[in-house]
Write a protein that binds this ligand. Structure first.
Ligand SMILES: O=P(O)(O)OP(=O)(O)OP(=O)(O)O
Length: 162
């Protein structure tokens, strides 16, 4: 189970320690339910190729992930998806309460480019009670879109590549 809240944001946050950065490319075989492939290149580290299945939407979703080999990834990208994958730069930051803030810059340089942020929680209760103000992010995390269906990456895929 993936328990996550999501916000639309403007640019990268300031004053937080950077944990890691990934240059990603992701594409969708299906959006409902989500069947997604993603290349995840850790800056200064390894690159993973991941096949991911996700149920539903909103705060809590089932998520199943498997590493696949680059050959299968390439076949799925070119022979099955056949559309340009979405480039996304993800930076994760350590928050003062121990949580991790993931900030994503999507489709940099395109007219539709945007940023969003996510925080993952161990339980639904922890997710519901967590407050951005407690970690000094009341202004940065002021536009929550967790329960808005049109705000998922799958929806963005449909809007721009569907
Ligand atoms: O990185 P994830 O698994 O949270 O997935 P995403 O690319 O942010 O997509 P979604 O909008 O479906 O959470």
């Amino acid at each position: 189970m993936e328990i996550e809240r999501k916000w639309k944001v403007n640019g990268w946050p300031e004053g937080l320690p950077l944990k890691e950065e990934f240059a990603m490319r992701q594409g969708y075989i299906s959006v409902r339910p989500t069947v997604r492939i993603r290349e995840e290149a850790l800056t200064g580290g390894k690159t993973r190729y991941v096949l991911c299945f996700k149920s539903g939407g909103g705060l809590a979703r089932e998520e199943i992930e498997r590493d696949i080999d680059p050959e299968l990834f390439n076949d799925l990208e070119t022979k099955i998806i056949g559309r340009p994958l979405i480039p996304k730069l993800r930076r994760s930051y350590l928050l003062p309460d121990g949580a991790v803030l993931e900030v994503n810059h999507v489709d940099e340089g395109q007219p539709t480019e945007f940023w969003y942020a996510e925080v993952e929680y161990p339980t639904v209760e922890a997710a519901r009670s967590w407050q951005p103000a407690a970690v000094g992010l009341a202004d940065y995390l002021s536009d929550e879109v967790t329960d808005q269906p049109g705000q998922s990456m799958g929806a963005y895929w449909e809007q721009t590549r569907g």
